[in-house]
Unconditional design. Structure first.
Length: 87
């Protein structure tokens, strides 16, 4: 279950841009309503507002956060199994 559901809001499914952060967590907007951003332990880029890559592992660029790819013309984080990416 998503942490925001106990407050009456769904978890975000497509938008991970943080518009508000409070003591409950980070919030975004989908379908003109607030949604809670649920973070997965394995997807480091969600904390930065970007999903993890689902179908590509081609590295386009690297920075201090990790390795980045592109899917559907949007940046996505590449998770590597032996990664020491910051959490």
């Amino acid at each position: 279950a998503c942490w925001s559901e106990r407050l009456g809001y769904k978890c975000c499914t497509t938008n991970f841009i943080v518009y508000l952060e409070d003591s409950d967590g980070k919030w975004s907007i989908e379908n003109n309503d607030w949604c809670g951003i649920q973070y997965s332990d394995s997807c480091w880029s969600e904390k930065l507002g970007f999903p993890c890559c689902k179908s590509t592992n081609e590295i386009v660029t690297k920075d201090n956060d990790g390795q980045w790819g592109v899917e559907n013309d949007n940046w996505c984080g590449i998770v590597s199994n032996n990664s020491n990416n910051p959490q």
